[in-house]
Ligand binder design. Structure first.
Ligand code: SF4
Length: 358
């Protein structure tokens, strides 16, 4: 695991209005000599995805000016590069500028907009880079640059909505980064986007995907039982998991499965296991049988993902016939399973590749 120091600009975070909840905004506004009720109005404006304080039309000019004088700003990222697929998928490399708005600095992350029958969804990043070191992933190849704040994650959703002109009613935190390596800010994001005075997104329309940080899973079950949880498993046992996911050395396979099972018992909710099917590594019939033996009989669901091949990584996508066979074995054993529909086939699908090329 890359343990490089994570650089965060705390000063910039405090100036980005998107990071504030209503109570915090009320304190801020009170300190500027204004009435607290303005906080709810400002929060509502921010959730619309406005770019400038001047767009807050029912907020007195004097207050807008005082906020600007304090260096407060709306930290929406701008689109550094955009790829659009024939099926409507939009992949965007967003750049967050700091308070000084210097275009040569800032942090880049990827977000992907996808259209499904049930609605529009966005996959957002929770960190720029990642320190988990999964062997098949591009996001981790340069380590972790820094974690995003909750307001920046909200900024990804708002900026994507502005960009596409489409409503977004599902959010998946499955882009760059490990959400539970940045638990507090991911929790802040969920509370911000769920707030009825703002974006008002249902908790059931949010999914968090972890590579298996057990204390995060336990805490999440307590604090967000209505939010969907997915675990990137990618192997049926400890030995194989350790080969592709260094995190498995700390959070061992059996302990992870026990934590997942405890989660389903506590919340009464199904848990999804993501399984990227890799050619000749984890796609055999034996692997499928072993996985089924660990997951059958409880609220587990397996999502088989055709691997996104990454430049500079040795792993290849499993053949479709093997993915199908894998699915059949799980089904026969009574384990719920789906093969993830591949969207954005004609654009750079693997998460983290766009940023590396940037
Ligand atoms: S798969 Fe997720 S947890 Fe693993 S290195 Fe990539 S971004 Fe990090």
């Amino acid at each position: 695991m890359d343990t490089r120091q994570v650089s965060q600009s705390k000063e910039s975070d405090n100036k980005n209005l998107l990071n504030y909840n209503i109570d915090e905004l009320a304190c801020l506004i009170e300190a500027l000599g204004e009435k607290r009720f303005r906080a709810k109005q400002i929060f509502g404006w921010l959730s619309k995805g406005i770019n400038s304080l001047d767009e807050m039309r029912n907020i007195p000019k004097a207050l807008r000016q005082s906020m600007a004088d304090e260096g407060l700003y709306i930290g929406l990222p701008f689109a550094e590069s955009i790829q659009t697929s024939k099926d409507g998928t939009v992949k965007c490399l967003f750049r967050f500028l700091l308070a000084d708005k210097d275009p040569d600095t800032g942090t880049e992350v990827e977000s992907v907009f996808m259209k499904y029958e049930y609605g529009n969804s966005i996959c957002i990043s929770s960190q720029a880079g990642c320190r988990m070191g999964c062997k098949f992933c591009a996001s981790t190849m340069d380590g972790l640059e820094r974690s995003l704040t909750g307001g920046e994650m909200l900024g990804e959703v708002l900026a994507m909505r502005n960009l596409t002109g489409e409503e977004i009613n599902h959010v998946v935190i499955m882009g760059m980064g490990e959400p539970f390596d940045n638990y507090e800010e991911v929790a802040r994001f969920i509370r911000l986007i769920h707030d009825p005075a703002g974006y008002d997104l249902s908790l059931r329309n949010i999914t968090v995907s972890t590579c298996g940080i057990i204390e995060g899973i336990e805490r999440f079950a307590e604090e967000f039982p209505q939010v969907n949880l997915a675990i990137s498993l990618h192997a049926p046992n400890q030995e194989l998991r350790e080969k592709t996911m260094p995190v498995a050395r700390k959070y061992r396979f059996d302990e992870l499965i026990n934590a997942a099972r405890a989660y389903t018992e506590k919340t009464g909710r199904r848990i999804t296991f993501e399984y990227a099917v890799i050619d000749g590594v984890n796609d055999s019939k034996e692997c499928a049988r072993e996985l089924a033996s660990k997951l059958k009989g409880w609220l587990a669901h397996v999502n088989l993902i055709p691997l996104n091949e990454v430049d500079g990584r040795e792993y290849k996508k499993a053949q479709h016939s093997n993915v199908k066979r894998f699915k059949e074995v799980l089904e026969k054993e009574g384990v719920a399973v789906t093969i993830r529909r591949t969207l954005g086939n004609d654009i750079d699908a693997a998460c983290g590749q766009l940023r590396r090329r940037g």
